[in-house]
Design a protein around this ligand. Sequence first.
Ligand code: ADP
Ligand code: ADP
Ligand code: MG
Length: 679
Amino acid sequence: MAGPGTGGCQGRSHGVIPPALKVPEGIFDAEKIRIHLHMFDKILIANRAEIACRIIDTCDRLGIATVAVFSDADRVARHVAIARESVRIGPAPVAGSYLRGDAIIAAAQATGAQAVHPGYGFLSENPEFAQAVIDAGFSWIGPPPAAIRAMGFKDAAKALMAAAGVPVVPGYHGADQDDDALAAEAAAIGYPVLIKAVAGGGGKGMRLVRDAASLAGSLAGARSEAMAAFGNGDVLIEKFIRNPRHIEVQVFGDSHGGAVHLFERDCSLQRRYQKVIEEAPAPGMTAEVRAAMGDAAVCAARAIGYEGAGTVEFIVDGSGPLRPDGFWFMEMNTRLQVEHPVTEMITGVDLVEWQLRVAGGECLPLAQEDISITGHAFEARIYAEDVAKGFLPAPGTLTHLRFPAGVRADTGVRAGDTITPYYDPMIAKLITHGPTRKAALATLARALAATEVAGSVTNLAFLGALARHDGFARGEVDTGLIAQNLDTLTDVPPAESREIALAAVALAGVQATPFTQWTPLRRTIWITDGQAHHAVVLTGAGGDWSVETGTATHRLTFDAGWLVDGNHPAGRVVDTPDGVTIFGAHTRHFALRDLLDTVSGTGTGAGTLTAPMPGLVKTLDVAAGDPVQEGQVLAVLEAMKMEHRMHAPFAGTVVRVPVAAGDHVSDGALIVEIRTGDG
Ligand code: ADP
Ligand code: ADP
Ligand code: MG
């Protein structure tokens, strides 16, 4: 296995090249003068949201002008607002905009950009797009198309890596897709096994199979999911590594044959094969294992002539201490990774700056021996999703958004922006750094608790529970941790009486009532926290009220803010257009309960199927008058890359279907109404 090194650029000085606006140190160094002539003046970013904003930040610092592209849903998005120029590329659905390579290249031509940065997701790992960008005369800020292609399919990538001497997960990655052949292979590998889509990504098309009896069913499920997501139903079978840990290595190559790694990230905290919290370095990592993994990753990069930023993902045996022979190649992501900031925090390297320099023809700014680790970093992905409803995407307008000071928050949204059903519902990534793992984790827990998002449900409380989890604090990171502790991690305790009292006075707007000599007012208001309704009785006037919540009576006094029973409430109260949000241990949103609405809602009965979130009616299989069986799929709603099947709750007859396939519907919209019996 080839050792790490900076290859073609070795022997020259490798200080960090100062930002373009400063006078370079080695100004008389012919190489560096050439280097600065190559730096771009203007680039186009073929992406949106958080990552587009992240790239623009570095371009701003380096004095590089930026061109944003946007769909109709993103006309006023943050990435458009902060870019120097922007170009509309199409309608909201990704197929008509962010996946339209031709429209993106036309935008680059129209604006005179010299290079295209693809970000992650979308077209970032599409070799045809990379080639088209290059053929149109632009620089591609990513690896050569051939390197993307080499890693594009998991089966071919594994074969290539095995040939290069990189340890790969034992399994079958051959061409025979016959069920019986795959069953024989699975038996030979030994259960449990994992089925993966060869074209897979984002955890799609994966199935854990515990025994031979469930193989056929899982194969069918994996194939249809893979076909729907990638247009390719081929699968491979891998040994399922027990107590698995996901540890990946950041690599970087340049066009002079140089290749280095920037250490590892541990991404073992996952839900359904998707990363939730990432960290660097990996807990329990030793110098010996780090060297072995780093060498393997650099070897993988060299084997495909890699240039730019990439990540080599390994599955690691976490049943005991890390071992140099206890990790296996899973796949390589040939782009910047979502979790790249934790590497930036511990190395001090701006990975986007390195991408720009390397794409401009420069050598890697640092040699392997000059890259070192300082402290520990965490990243948590904050999503607009409803944890209680099985992590269902929860689009909405962010009426209030505040990140704690002194912590890195990479985000693509501002207060007032909308998380739409069209794209990934990520709100932000919160990144913390500290001298030790313990310090960085404590900062993460505090930062999550201090992050305020109103207008959409989020996974903040879930992330907070993870950050405070004892096993995680001890470094017991295993990809099964979340699933094993799901109930405690997702538990949302009912609103406390003090919170209900506080919400009631805020919603009643009573502090605006002037102090008078009147006899105290007594009024009842009906409020809801989304889970439970509360009838709250307020007695008092002005800034002094006795509040009965049903379980307790509190005294609330107003003095610049409300005091509950003489104490400052344990949460900040923020008014929103449709109620109040209290940011305490849990974010709770309270609204006045609309009695009229509730009554008409109950009147429609259980035969009403309504949209659980805004989305697109993908298929609609029934019309008024049709008989239906209990459990029959009546409609499929698509929102945020997920399909939601709507089943008939009982056998009966369709009364009405006020929508059509292709319609965009809002949260709560009636899709199908049925009633028992026929005719
Ligand atoms: P990472 O390891 O960096 O999280 P993933 O491959 O899981 O990488 O996803 C990278 C990004 O691309 C994420 O933002 C994810 O939501 C997006 N993504 C992954 N797969 C798809 C897909 N099939 N369609 C759209 N976006 C995707
Ligand atoms: P994707 O392209 O969807 O990211 P990966 O091959 O990277 O697919 O796998 C995603 C996740 O699935 C990994 O991070 C890991 O948690 C789990 N996983 C993958 N392969 C194995 C395996 N052989 N054994 C145990 N877990 C695995
Ligand atoms: Mg992966």
